[in-house]
Design a protein around this ligand. Structure first.
Ligand code: ADP
Ligand code: MG
Length: 731
């Protein structure tokens, strides 16, 4: 039996696992592992409860005595649930989550202990942070990092296997000198900034609004493959994607997977995962097959952005753990398989008020519509002015393969709003051209028109454009260019910040006109009209995947930066400095550090891919080819010896072909190593990342091309790497 037959045999012979569910009704156990507001109310004194609530809603400080009470309450709750340890849970720049567990236990004397968890331990932790990426902000010899409690995201109990239960306290991660070293710190700052700016603007329409929060509903795409196949692919294990693999005869061309019936094994995994997620309060709602074979998607109901980000991080971690129970592996890479669709993470984003209004939901009166238009147009203007930052926020080695690959939006940031709203904006804009100031009649007419048109929008919801990177979908914007493995924080930080910045500029402009004697609504419309003119080149209603759009976008002067190291340059450009530093989201040093870290991550990822590919070629691909070659040459020799057929050209041709590919492969691997050697000499991280992008990466593509040709001609039994058709279709 060939080695691949063994994999297939193993992958199809499975023991069915028993899924433990607390109840058939999700509502019986939803959020049972979360220290929710209700749980807090039960466990805390009234004083402590209101102090925590005020910290959540208004960002007020919690004093030490209260912190002690909260810690003690969390401890009692967690122990009653079977937890033995607690940890600060944080999101360093690795993109993953980090935890360091401490037992709920301290000694009173050498032989006697008690369960303990103090306010100090709740509020602040000091993980030995020397091994987390810091972009040079913190030297290893002063390896102190601090984690600080974020009361706005609830603590939860993570169950690991049958016995391990740990109380996780969401925290931010900062350096000794207070610089941010994680994804959450800047996100929280951006949320605060946006809240302030949006509340101010809301007051034009409704003085009762006290809070505005960005909301995020993520949709998570991923691939599932059998563990045996996964383990037999060094590229998947080390890099999350297949570096070689011939296109299967059948891929996604029949479109028979999308929304198809979910395979039984996958359904088991999904139910198990959902059960775990529901316990953790992640409001999962939908699950379905995605376009590519082996590809699926989950989406929860939306939440406040801060919570949603944590839930997504938690979910990615859960996915991996639960998949292992089912002998499956989750692939979160943006492009694990060439020539079939990659995976994204759509970020649905909107703004909600404490008066329960979705600010991006068209209203039913002219007045609420003016409010809607204000937030809608300001968002478009923000994306127009800072499209490059949006692009940079979704840059990664993995996402480079996906953006613009005919299945995901291109690297050109544009906004889709649908024909109804397009016409509304057009109308508003045209009204300006008639004269500097609209007369009262025109204003009334315009408002009426807006009023009459926008309700159609709700009916017109099918007017969707799946190809747009940033699409308005009726009551929210959907940022579709985010990669599947991403922490949503950074894209959301950028979006929150640019919109907040835009809203505060808007307010200044409107206030100025009002001070100059113009009526408020007129002033608002006038400023919005100008924004439409300024920003409309970002609007695109057509097919974003088309070649024509690339040309058109270039004419419009929109950026189309296809690779990460170049997109990252925007993070240290003037625009980034102005928007982040002036608004106190990142300091100058923090921005530079982030730039450094992201470039380094890019370069290291390509470096690992390149090394693994070199190994696979030398240790597996060439040996597979030579075994077959040996077989062919001896066959040819035997035929020759018995003078059966001196002209067996098929064999001769095949032998020649295999020798040619093998030679080319070896040569290309040598060239790639040489390119790496040269690139490694470059001192500056960003320049080194660019060298990896421009000089090393092309070798990976060339090698893949040759290896895939070889896979096509070599005898099936000799090929040791699981093939695409097996990884994607065998369940
Ligand atoms: P679809 O777009 O497939 O028709 P929905 O409109 O229900 O489905 O929403 C898709 C995603 O958008 C879901 O993840 C949902 O949670 C999210 N979403 C809906 N409303 C909002 C909102 N106000 N803010 C953020 N996300 C939202
Ligand atoms: Mg989607």
């Amino acid at each position: 039996m060939s080695i691949r037959n063994e994999y297939i045999e193993k992958a199809t012979n499975r023991i069915k696992i028993d899924i433990q569910r607390p109840s058939n009704k999700v509502s019986d156990y939803f959020a049972s592992n979360v220290f929710t507001t209700e749980t807090m109310r039960k466990y805390l004194s009234e004083e402590a409860f209101y102090s925590v609530m005020s910290s959540i809603e208004r960002g007020t400080k919690i004093d030490r005595k209260i912190a002690d009470q909260v810690a003690s309450a969390m401890k009692s709750w967690a122990i009653s649930k079977g937890a033995t340890h607690h940890t600060h849970w944080f999101q360093p720049l690795t993109g993953l989550t980090a935890e360091k567990h401490d037992a709920f236990f301290s000694l009173v004397d050498s032989s006697k202990g008690i369960e303990s968890f103090s306010g100090d331990a709740l509020v602040q932790g000091e993980p030995d942070g020397s091994s987390f990426p810091s972009g040079g902000m913190r030297n290893t010899h002063e390896a102190r990092g601090y984690t600080a409690w974020d009361p706005s995201s609830p603590a939860f109990i993570m169950e690991n296997g049958t016995h391990g239960k740990t109380l996780c306290v969401p925290t931010i991660f900062i350096s000794y000198t207070g610089q941010t070293m994680d994804y959450k710190g800047p996100l929280l700052k951006s949320i605060q900034f946006l809240e302030k700016a949006a509340v101010d603007v809301c007051h034009y329409f409704d003085r009762n609004v006290k809070r505005v929060v960005p909301t995020l509903g993520w949709e998570q795409e991923f691939f599932l493959i059998d563990k045996t196949m996964y383990n037999a692919r060094p590229d998947l294990v080390a890099t999350g994607r297949t570096l070689v693999g011939n296109i299967p005869a059948k891929g996604q061309q029949l479109e028979d997977h999308y929304f198809g019936s979910i395979p039984e094994r996958v359904q088991d995994f999904m139910l198990d995962l959902e059960t775990e997620a529901w316990k953790l309060g992640i409001p999962l709602k939908t699950r379905h097959n995605e376009v590519a074979p082996g590809q699926y998607e989950f989406a929860p109901r939306f939440e406040e952005a801060n919570k949603a980000v944590d839930q997504n991080q938690l979910f990615m971690d859960l996915m991996d753990r639960v998949a292992r129970r089912h002998d499956l592996r989750v692939l979160l890479h943006e492009k694990p398989f060439a020539n079939v669709n990659g995976s994204g993470k759509h970020n649905n984003w909107s703004l909600g008020t404490d008066t329960h209004i979705n600010l991006l939901s068209p209203g039913s009166t002219p007045r609420t519509n003016l409010q809607f238009l204000t937030f809608f147009i300001n968002t478009i203007k923000a994306v127009h002015d800072h499209a490059n930052l949006m692009r940079a926020s979704v840059a990664s080695a993995g996402n480079d393969h996906r953006l613009g690959a005919n299945e995901a939006p291109p690297a050109i940031i544009s906004v889709f709003i649908g024909t109804t709203l397009y016409d509304v904006l057009d109308e508003i804009e045209r009204s300006v051209k008639k004269g500097e100031k609209m007369d009262e009649y025109e204003k009334a007419d315009l408002k009426l028109n807006i009023h009459n048109k926008i309700p159609d929008l709700l009916l017109d919801n099918t007017d969707r454009n799946r190809t747009s990177p940033f699409a308005f979908t009726g009551n929210k914007f959907e940022f579709r260019a985010v990669g599947s493995s991403f922490n949503c924080s950074f894209p959301m930080t950028v979006l929150n910040t640019i919109v907040a910045n835009q809203l505060s500029r808007f307010k200044q402009e409107v206030d100025k006109l009002v001070e100059g004697g113009e009526k408020k609504d007129g002033a608002i419309l006038r400023v919005l009209r100008r924004y439409i003119t300024d920003a409309k080149k970002i609007l695109f209603e057509g097919d974003n995947y088309s070649k024509e759009w690339e040309e058109e976008a270039q004419k419009r002067g929109l950026s189309n930066v296809k690779t990460t190291p170049y997109a990252l340059d925007f993070l240290v450009g003037d625009d980034a400095k102005e928007i982040f530093v002036d608004n106190h989201i990142f300091s100058h040093t923090e921005l530079e550090a982030r730039y450094e870290v992201l470039n380094e991550q890019y370069q290291r990822k390509i470096q690992i891919e390149s090394r693994i590919l070199g190994e696979m070629v030398m240790n597996q691909i060439i040996p597979s080819a030579t075994h077959y070659l040996h077989h062919l040459t001896s066959l040819q020799k035997n035929l020759y010896d018995i003078s059966l057929d001196k002209e067996t050209t098929v064999f001769i041709d095949l032998i020649k072909e295999i020798i040619t590919y093998t030679n080319q492969l070896k040569k290309e691997v040598d060239n790639m190593i040489e390119a790496r050697r040269k690139a490694n000499k470059i001192e500056a991280t960003s320049a080194r990342a660019k060298a990896y992008c421009d000089k090393v990466k092309p070798h990976l593509e060339k090698i893949r091309d040759i290896a895939d040709r070889l896979e096509f001609v070599v005898e099936d039994a000799q090929w040791t790497l699981p093939k695409y058709r097996e990884m994607l279709f065998i369940r």
